[in-house]
Design a protein around this ligand. Structure first.
Ligand code: FPP
Length: 250
């Protein structure tokens, strides 16, 4: 949807640096359905509460000086859910964008989206495009919504583009490196996540940012996503600071 500039790989991280907040936080927001079930409510009420948690966590990231926040809002596998829930989720997304746009502008947040966005319902695409354009010159937090996203689909799309470069004679297979592939990922303009938070206790990546999470610190909390707030975020960041990131070194 938005053309991301081509950038070189990040330089090797300075391992002596004092840890600040993570530059890039990624979140698998899980547990909306269980949250609703515990309360005898329809699942969409859990997603509504989940959207509120997105708002709170985005605000907290702005306060903490985090530069990038990527949230897994809809996976390519989520189409398997009942049509009613899928449609309600996209309705909620449209409502969220419209309701949050003034706050995003006020907080200098740039909205971005990754995934196979052209397959989204047209109203959701239009709402997204509009908000991405209106926030494009904001210089604070970059909030990335992963929508109709999966790590394998992203790699498939990136590899297809590399193959096209080879077929057109723009790239020789002998000089191909991982940097070429990285420059075709949806996330090519941004650093890889430093910290991944997954709520509701499941110990899996669920096809999220498979390339980008290679050296990311993982933090899993039993809290359900709608219950996750600023205090939980601070706890995760404190735990992140206790980790020693060695990037394969000693
Ligand atoms: C996983 O919980 C959550 C989702 C598949 C959707 C995430 C959506 C939101 C947080 C709300 C909308 C987001 C935005 C950005 C407006 P689940 O339904 O799989 O929960 P369960 O595992 O307990 O059933």
């Amino acid at each position: 949807m938005t053309a991301q500039p081509t950038v070189p790989l990040d330089p090797a991280p300075d391992l002596r640096a004092t840890p600040g907040p993570p530059r890039h936080l990624a979140i698998i927001m899980d547990g909306n359905g269980r949250w609703a079930k515990e309360r005898g409510l329809p699942r969409i009420r859990g997603h509504q509460a989940g959207a509120h948690a997105v708002r709170m966590v985005t605000e907290a990231c702005c306060e903490l000086g985090i530069e990038y926040l990527t949230v897994y809002a809809f996976s390519t596998e989520n189409w398997k859910r009942p049509a009613e829930e899928v449609m309600a989720l996209f309705g909620l997304l449209e409502h969220f964008i419209a309701a949050e746009l003034p706050t995003l502008m006020e907080n200098n947040v740039q909205l971005q989206a990754i995934g196979r966005l052209r397959e989204l319902p047209i109203n959701a695409q239009c709402a997204l495009e509009d908000a991405i354009r209106k926030t494009s010159t904001n210089t604070g937090l970059t909030l990335v919504l992963a929508l109709n996203y999966s790590g394998r689909a992203e790699l498939e799309d990136a590899i297809r583009e590399v193959c096209q470069d080879v077929a057109a004679g723009r790239l020789l297979p002998e000089v191909f490196t991982q940097e070429h592939l990285r420059n075709h990922l949806y996330t090519r303009a941004w650093p890889d996540p430093d910290l991944l938070i997954r709520t509701s206790g499941e110990m899996r990546l669920s096809n999220f940012l498979l390339w980008q999470l290679s050296y990311t610190e993982l933090y899993v909390t039993p809290k359900l996503w709608p219950d996750f707030g600023k205090a939980d975020l601070l706890e995760a960041i404190q735990e992140f600071h206790r980790r020693q990131r060695r990037y394969g070194g000693i």
